[in-house]
Design a protein around this ligand. Structure first.
Ligand SMILES: [Zn+2]
Length: 266
């Protein structure tokens, strides 16, 4: 089967990529369930695209089949993966409408299958302790930043992303705590996706898109309706940044991420 080297995962508000041509749906069977990838041509290159929450935003953050999604990308041949992450902001330097590359994460999720190497000893899987000192691929992230710059968009870098369980939004006290811990953005779905990509030895970069200020920072309630409306307004720009990123990516590029498991087994 044709190998597709570039993957894109669209988060909240990014349910389709209008620029993709020759689109075909490819069903991929994984050990974790079936995944439908949209395979097509974007920016002159073949890409595999999937929507994290399903095409109708029908899967809640804790129930997304993260392992199936990343496994399907790996099986398709993906070596470099760019994702979007609609986020609330804890940092006034990143107001609504900002684009911010994720640099670190802190996670507060509760019950998610977060590893391909999670075993109780009764199967032949060996435990892997993968390194996530720097969980996002800086090399690939820089391509996204450069693509934004080429289109006239400032894309900030180095955000610490806090991943909460959801689907409820956070309390003002939780947001205050996350800010004290050094968080910049908050949302509910980048973990364990980022870690699974590292385990799958795929270069992974995620662009945070700020939809609103988080609870207690803005002087109002956090509204999913408002979040949707902001994301709709930004969609054309996000689509353009993704297309330009793919155009500027080199399918042959590789880095440490693609051998991340080499020193992960005891
Ligand atoms: Zn990399």
């Amino acid at each position: 089967m044709e190998q597709v080297k570039i993957g894109i995962i669209g988060g909240t508000g990014v349910y389709r990529l209008p620029g993709v041509q020759d689109l075909e749906k490819r069903s991929v069977a994984t050990p974790y369930g079936k995944v439908t990838l949209n395979v097509g041509t974007l920016g002159g290159k073949r890409v595999a695209f999937l929507t994290r929450h399903g095409e109708n935003h029908s899967i809640s953050p804790g129930r997304i089949n993260y392992r199936a999604n990343i496994w399907a990308m790996k099986m398709a041949g993906v070596k470099q993966l760019v994702a979007t992450a609609c986020s609330g902001s804890l940092n006034p330097a990143f107001p609504a409408g900002s684009y911010v590359m994720l640099g670190q994460f802190i996670e507060f999720t509760k019950n998610r299958a977060a590893s391909f190497y999670d075993t109780d000893g009764t199967n032949p899987i060996k435990i892997a302790h993968v390194d996530v000192t720097y969980p996002y691929c800086n090399r690939l992230g820089q391509v996204v930043v450069d693509a934004g710059a080429a289109l006239g968009f400032k894309i900030h870098t180095g955000a610490t992303y806090c991943c909460c369980e959801g689907p409820r939004f956070e309390t003002a006290a939780e947001i205050k705590m996350l800010r004290l811990l050094g968080g910049d953005l908050v949302a509910q779905t980048n973990y364990p996706e980022v870690v699974l990509a590292r385990e799958a030895e795929i270069c992974y970069a995620a662009m945070g898109i700020v939809s609103n200020m988080a609870a207690g920072i803005a002087d109002e309630h956090v509204s999913a309706v408002e979040l949707t409306s902001v994301m709709k307004g930004l969609f054309d720009n996000v689509q353009a940044i993704l297309a330009k990123t793919v155009e500027m990516m080199d399918e042959r590029d590789e880095c440490w991420c693609q051998t991340a498991l080499a020193e992960s087994f005891l």
